[in-house]
Ligand binder design. Structure first.
Ligand code: PMP
Length: 405
């Protein structure tokens, strides 16, 4: 195995930061990952050498910017194993991708149609479908979550029927780390003729974005959780589905022809890309994916699993700590509560010791309600974290528990 975590860390300038004189221990990677120098360089290089508007300029800079922008789309296409580059649409992130699909779905549904989502979704993949159902009179059904934090597959199967038009589910729970069997769940939804959207916000960061293998119709993710910049993301849609999907924003670039009274739409992918796109961040996301995929993926997986296993073992021995979410198949997320102290206090006191975790409901209020907690503290690991950082978390937590007792 070829994985040198020290060499990886060297590529992330922010990891050299200190917080009040203590080394930063960044364990909030499910919220956003840090960026390697090559991604930062890609942004600086774009603005320093070829900043220009794409697709429409008759000059050298516009040609170069367009070339780099479209080359980044090809990198994404290969990363997610899309069959066509036309299926890859730039968005601002996962949330926008889901909104584009849900906005169209709201126009396609009728009263009595059914949409299925789950009880462990990020609000982005729940509230959007609530709105689509409200707009159309469709019924929203939600797959319950078990005590371990897994989706109840028996309940899911019993919900699927000939009225099921759409299934939206997350590949990985951002709040608990549960990895869902999206391929099998997609196949079951397809068997009743439903379309499927997979929220890959957390899954793509682990390289599980093979859309043809999953078999879904839509796949969405954000660049910033994949070592890329904020403000850029991807909506992938199957060409035959996207071609007939209602357009979202209207404006420049997404039209074919316009008269004073009407307009026709451009071809894919441009019909879903109204206005000036986020060129620099798209190029930098391409660089992030190039960087990420150049790593030994098995070694990355093994490293992240070692971090989670170590953290889970320490958590299980830690007095007064309860892990929320104990699914068999999990990625590097440790969500927990302590017997004394609100998660917000835990986060505050960890921060004093240089340790960054996320606290609160993780944009998954129904899931917190399911576990009867106001929220959790969540440590989430990325490939640049170390076993020593996991140790540091638990040393710090000991102090927190004493302070809150
Ligand atoms: N879905 C999941 C599973 C997420 O983890 C997130 C981000 N926390 C989102 C959706 C929303 O992503 P973004 O805020 O980048 O649009």
């Amino acid at each position: 195995m070829n994985f040198d975590v020290a060499a990886i860390r060297d590529q992330f300038p922010i990891l050299k930061r200190e917080i009040d004189g203590k080394p930063l221990v960044y364990l909030d990677n499910a919220a956003t990952t840090q960026k390697p120098q090559c991604v930062i360089d890609a942004l600086v290089n774009y603005y320093s050498t070829c900043n220009s508007n794409v697709h429409r300029g008759a000059h050298r800079l516009a040609d170069e910017a367009t070339g780099r922008f479209e080359a980044a789309r090809d990198i994404v296409k290969d990363f997610i194993n899309a069959s066509k580059r036309e299926e890859v649409i730039w968005t601002t992130g996962t949330t926008e991708g889901i909104n584009i699909v849900a906005n169209g779905l709201g126009q396609l549904l009728s009263t009595g149609d059914e949409v299925i989502t789950t009880g462990m979704e990020h609000h982005a993949n729940l509230v959007t479908w609530q709105q689509a159902c409200k707009a159309s009179g469709a019924i929203l059904r939600t797959v319950p979550v078990t005590d371990e934090g897994e989706l109840d597959q028996v309940a899911y199967e019993s919900m699927l029927n000939e009225r099921t038009r759409f299934v939206a589910l997350t590949q990985v729970s951002n709040a608990l780390g549960t990895v869902n069997p999206v391929k099998a769940m997609t196949a079951k939804a397809k068997a009743v003729g439903a379309r499927v959207l997979v929220d890959g916000a957390q899954g793509a960061a682990h390289g599980w974005a093979n859309v043809q293998d999953i078999g879904c119709d839509f796949y969405v993710f954000s660049g910033h959780k994949l070592y890329g910049p904020m403000g850029i993301g991807i909506l992938w849609g199957r060409e035959s589905v996207l071609e007939n999907w209602p357009v979202w924003r209207t404006g420049g670039e997404m039209i074919a022809s316009v008269t004073l009274q009407d307009a026709t739409w451009n071809v894919l992918p441009y019909r879903f890309e109204a206005g000036t796109p986020n060129v620099a961040d798209a190029i930098a996301l391409g660089e992030a994916i190039r960087w990420f995929t150049s790593l030994d993926q098995d070694a990355v997986m093994a490293h992240e699993k070692a971090l989670l296993d170590h953290a889970t073992a320490l958590a299980e021995q830690f007095e007064g700590l309860t892990i929320v979410g104990t699914a068999k198949n999990k990625i590097g997320v440790l969500s927990f509560i302590l017997d004394h102290g609100h998660p917000a206090d835990i986060g505050f006191l960890l921060d004093r010791q240089g340790i960054a975790v996320r606290t609160g409901d993780h944009c998954a209020q129904p899931l917190m309600a399911r576990f009867n907690v106001p929220g959790t503290a969540r440590a989430s690991f990325a490939l640049y974290n170390t076993l020593e950082e996991v140790d540091a978390l638990f040393v710090a937590l000991k102090k927190v528990r004493t302070m809150l007792a």
